[in-house]
Design a protein around this ligand. Sequence first.
Ligand code: FAD
Length: 310
Amino acid sequence: AFDVLVVGGGPAGAAAAIYAARKGIRTGVAAERFGGQVLDTLGIENFISVKETEGPKLAAALEQHVKEYDVDIMNLQRATALVPAAAPGGLIEVKLENGASLRSKSVIISTGARWRSMNVPGEAEYRTKGVAYCPHCDGPLFKGKRVAVIGGGNSGVEAAIDLAGIVAHVTLIEFDSKLRADAVLQTKLRSLPNVTILMSAQTTEVHGDGQKVNGLSYKDRVSGELRRVDLEGIFVQIGLLPNSDWLKGTVELSPRGEVIVDSHGQTSVPGVFAAGDVTTVPYKQIIIAMGEGAKASLGAFDHLIRSSVA
Ligand code: FAD
């Protein structure tokens, strides 16, 4: 059995594994895809102290750093269930899709999240070529250009306000007949001179020249008419889905499906900690996920030295 079993191999999981291994305790990482969302990222310019890097490069560096330590890396392993310890201080079980199961005195959940996509023609083709999901990450790439934000919830309206300060023009596109964002955000948004708000508008296609995005089409849901907007960038803000389905019924989740953690990364299940995009901790970023992973790992170590099995 492990002392610390990390489930998920993104920035949070890599940091958790290194912090655990440096305590000299038996550490394992089971991940469906080591590297996580970083593998799907092109340029990264906000990982502090590294001026500029690329996702696959950072993912390789994460793996290399973890491999410096005695960590049992189990890549291409998908967890399907977590079984809490039968008695306080007992072993926690993590079941894998391949039928095997792993046992550990403590578990760190770091299975991350995924952006909900629009599923319209052109979206996948122009991903990282104008179609973006993270305004904090990619906003500055569209300085002086025209962009659309898809989604009128809090994250969409926040993104539109944020981008309006950087880009030339923002078109906010909401499917519903009203915005769902908090009133204070809506007021702020409507006060901005370079923002157009389109409601009852369903995005139907992303257009491009083969290299880059150059527009989108939407259907006016009132008139049924199809219209086109010329632009250079599209920020999709219709939800971030935590990868927590496998925890339903065992670990306490928020209404959005995020794992609820306290200030030490502890979840509702004794000995089970969590970090990164899968948790309730706000602002989903690499640097935050890494810090949270380190914190959860120290939390798990603290738990081990206080419980009878350690
Ligand atoms: P993830 O990176 O999502 O890793 C989750 C890990 O868990 C993966 O290894 C996954 O395979 C694994 N996993 C999932 N489910 C299971 C399961 N059931 N069993 C086993 N393993 C499982 N942030 C920045 O700071 N700067 C940027 O420039 C930036 N750009 C981005 C661009 C894109 C296109 C995207 C998608 C995200 C970007 N982000 C950026 C956000 C950043 O990538 C995330 O905040 C960060 O990766 C979260 O780390 P994590 O370890 O919590 O989760």
